[in-house]
Every structure is written in C-alpha cells, then in structure tokens.
Design a protein around this ligand. Structure first.
Ligand code: PLP
Length: 444
C-alpha cells in the first residue's frame, strides 16, 4: 500500500481520502471473488466497474487468450488483418440488431464514443450537409471522460470543471423515471418526457448530426432507468428528421438489461452502436463501433476525394482483446445466459424489493441484471442527502468489512454482479447491503 501511494495516482479518486481509507491490493481473483494479501475476500458485486461478465480467472477466456498469445500478440490493423478480428466482426454483425454491417475498433468506451461522434459528423460532411455540426444528448447522461465524450455527457461532477474546453451540445430532459408521479407507469412517464426531444429535433434538425443515448439505463448517472418505448419513439423521430441515432451500449451491452443488447427491447437498430466493457468479459480494453452500410458507403470513394475516415488508434483490433471477446461470445452461445439471467434477475428483485419500505429508500429499481437502491433524506418528497455527507461511503465501508465490494454512486447503492453469481451469494449480497443501508441512514 505504501509503495502504491508513493507512485500511483488512482482514477476517479481524491487521493487524500487514502490517508483514512487504505487502497486494497488484490492478489488474485476467482469467479465472483477478489482476494487480498491478508486472505480477506470481496464479492465483486459491481463486476469491477461493470466489465466482468463470467467471473475472474475464467478458464475458457484464459485459454483463449493464452492460445492467441502464442500465435500473434498484435499487428497493426491498417493494411493488415488477422483471424480473430475477422471472426469477432462476423459475430458482432450477426448478434447486434439487424442492419449494422461494419465494425470499427477502438480501445475503450470513451474512444468508441469519440469515433462515433466523428463518424456521424463526417458522414454529414461527406453528404454535403456542412451545417450539421451539433449533437443532442440526454440530461444525466454519461459517455466517458475524454473531451468529446464528456461534451455529450451531463454528470456535473465529472464535467463542470472542464466546461470551457468542451463542444457545445444540446441537452434534452432525460426519460429517467425516478421523478414520475406515484401510480404513473414507466412507459407513460418516459413517453411524456419525449415531447421535449420531439420539439428539439423538430426545431433544430438542420443542425443536428445525431442524438446519443444510453439505452434503458443511465449507469454512471446513478443507475437511473427508463422505458424502451422512449427509444422506439426516438428511432422514428430521428428517421423523420434525418438525424443519426447513436446507442452507447458500452455498459448495458452483452446482457446487462435482460436482452443481449438493450436496443432489442425497443426493437430498434441505431445508426451507430458503441460496445466495450463486457465485450472482452472484463479482461482487456477493447471497443467496437458498429454502423450501417449507408454510413460506410458515404466514406467509400477514390482516395483523392479525401472522404475516408482517417481515424485510428495504435492498438485498434488488438488480437488478444479480440480473442477474449470471442471467448466471451462463445460463453453466450454455449449456454442460455440470457434465460439463466432472467431467473437470477427475479431472485435479485425478490431480495432487493423489501427495501422499498425502508424509511430512507426512495426507490428500488431494476432492468435485468442491474438493481439500484436510492437512499434519500426525506422519502415523501425524495429530498436527497447532501452529497457532502457521503452516505454511500458508509455502505462501501460496511461492505468491505463483510466480504463485499459495493461501490455506491453517491446515494445510490447498486448491484451489477457477474452472471455467474449464485443465489446463495445473492443472499449474502442482500444481507450486507441492507445492513449497510441501515448503517448509512441511521447516522445523523
Ligand atoms: C464506462 C462508460 C463509457 C466509457 O468507457 P471507458 O472504457 O471507461 O472509457 C462510455 N459510455 C458508457 C455508457 C459507460 O458506462
């Protein structure tokens, strides 16, 4: 720990916090468990920041990476190609919503978003629509931390400081259902919110390249959720006004919301789909940006027309990452993961639901394998606890003392476990969570 703090600067961390709370060195991982050097273990209920799907040290993915390593560790993807990236692209085209035909690769979620934004903008340039230069995003959205991705996000904690550096974007009220009236359905509320989007697109269509959304769950935005009907409306309206729809499934892709891709629940195909996180089963940084043949063809021309998409990263399509992704897809194909998750989701709900009666819980919500519990100061009018009180930290600490890695987002405690979690482990998770929420909401 001392060696770490003398040379490392950790992500998303006020380093001074580590004067009070030690950083935890992990020695090994196995299944849902992470184990430190003192023999303490932690159930990874947040899938190591939402990336892990089939457990740590998964034998099938391990083998695939080792085999790839002995064959080819890396080759540039311009002018060259390799078997794993071709196979992965074939699978992704087949598995993702109908109409996505081409795969472009990046290294992580944020760089996938950057590629998607540039691709959409450049498409309109290539179509002689130079006036299209704006992006529309939802309030409370999150698309990553690089400057372009941050521009289309709306989580003040990450964005505010950098505002002067960012692109100008159009932010539209989110369909997130937290503030619906009691008795109002998710569907009715999300559809009501759509009127703002409809108006914005109608008025500014000429200038808009694309609308970018996180389908169904705004994960970094406190796991706020909405109804798929919003996405169906959005698809129709984008079509009507000649605007791209970019679906950022970096967090929700690969089964998180109960279907392989969240867009399936709205029966839509986006113009551009961004995937990362679960893509490699949580093993290696890799991202895919899928798009339609229409977009692809707008770039396809003689070199001297200078219409090509000259965007690149050194490690584009890295073979080890592709091998991990192929092994992850195998695991989906070999067992009925989605069907099994349906049962697990029901079990998660059964365990979380009683918290709805807790005097300091405003809402327990779920989309598939994501459950969120929102703690509030005042349940009746949903007044949040002041962020300075850091109530979530009490839950985090209580978790660590009880073999549990829980990492609340502010006042929102959530479960986003690897799909191999058992009912017994969910029981443990629920017990520690409930105790943690009691502890966090008791203190004055
Ligand atoms: C995590 C995340 C990103 C950014 O991915 P990184 O790999 O962390 O850069 C983008 N969009 C969404 C929806 C995410 O959850």
């Amino acid at each position: 720990m001392q060696r770490d703090l003398s040379v490392l600067w950790h992500p998303c961390t006020q380093m001074k916090d580590h004067e009070h709370w030690p950083v935890i060195p992990i020695k090994q991982g196995q299944g849902v468990w992470l184990e430190d050097f003192d023999g303490h273990r932690y159930l990874d209920s947040i899938s190591s920041w939402w990336v892990n799907l089939f457990g740590h040290n998964n034998p099938h993915i391990n083998t695939a990476i080792k085999q790839q390593l002995d064959q080819l560790e890396h080759v540039l993807l311009a002018g060259f190609t390799h078997e794993s990236v071709i196979r992965l692209s074939e699978h992704l085209v087949q598995l993702t919503p109908q109409g996505l035909e081409k795969c472009f690769y990046a290294d992580n979620g944020s760089s996938a978003i950057e590629a998607a934004l540039k691709m959409s903008f450049h498409y309109w340039q290539n179509c002689d629509q130079q006036q299209k230069n704006k992006f529309v995003c939802l309030s409370n959205s999150y698309h990553g931390e690089t400057l372009g991705a941050l521009s289309v996000g709306d989580v003040a904690l990450y964005k505010q400081t950098y505002q002067p550096l960012l692109l100008e974007t159009v932010t539209v009220t989110s369909p997130d259902c937290f503030n619906r009236e009691s008795g109002e359905s998710w569907e009715a509320y999300s559809l009501k919110q759509f009127t703002v989007m409809e108006k914005t697109l109608a008025e500014q269509a000429e200038q808009i390249c694309a609308v970018i959304v996180e389908p169904l769950v705004q994960c970094a935005g406190s796991m706020r959720m909405y109804h798929p009907a919003y996405l169906s409306k959005l698809r129709q309206t984008c079509d009507r006004y000649n605007i791209h729809l970019i679906a950022d499934e970096v967090a929700v892709g690969f089964g998180r919301t109960g279907t392989l891709f969240a867009c399936e629940q709205a029966k839509i195909t986006p113009d551009i789909l961004c995937l990362s996180k679960g893509l490699t089963g949580g093993y290696l940084p890799l991202a895919a940006v899928l798009t339609t043949d229409t977009i692809y063809q707008a770039f396809y021309d003689d070199y001297t027309t200078l219409r090509a998409f000259l965007h690149s990263h050194s490690y584009t399509g890295n073979p080890l990452g592709c091998a991990a992704a192929l092994a992850t897809i195998d695991l989906f194909k070999n067992t009925d993961v989605i069907g099994k998750n349906r049962h697990l989701s029901q079990y998660l709900w059964q365990k979380a639901e009683p918290l709805q009666d807790h005097p300091h819980v405003a809402e327990v919500r779920q989309h598939g394998m994501i459950v969120a519990i929102e703690m509030v100061q005042n349940k009746a009018n949903k007044t949040p606890y002041p962020w300075q009180e850091r109530r979530g930290l009490t839950v985090y600490q209580h978790g660590l003392q009880n073999e549990m890695l829980l990492r609340p987002l502010g006042n929102v405690v959530y479960w986003m476990p690897p799909y191999i979690i058992t009912e017994e482990q969910i029981d443990h998770l629920a017990t520690v969570t409930i105790e943690g929420i009691h502890a966090a909401t008791q203190a004055a």
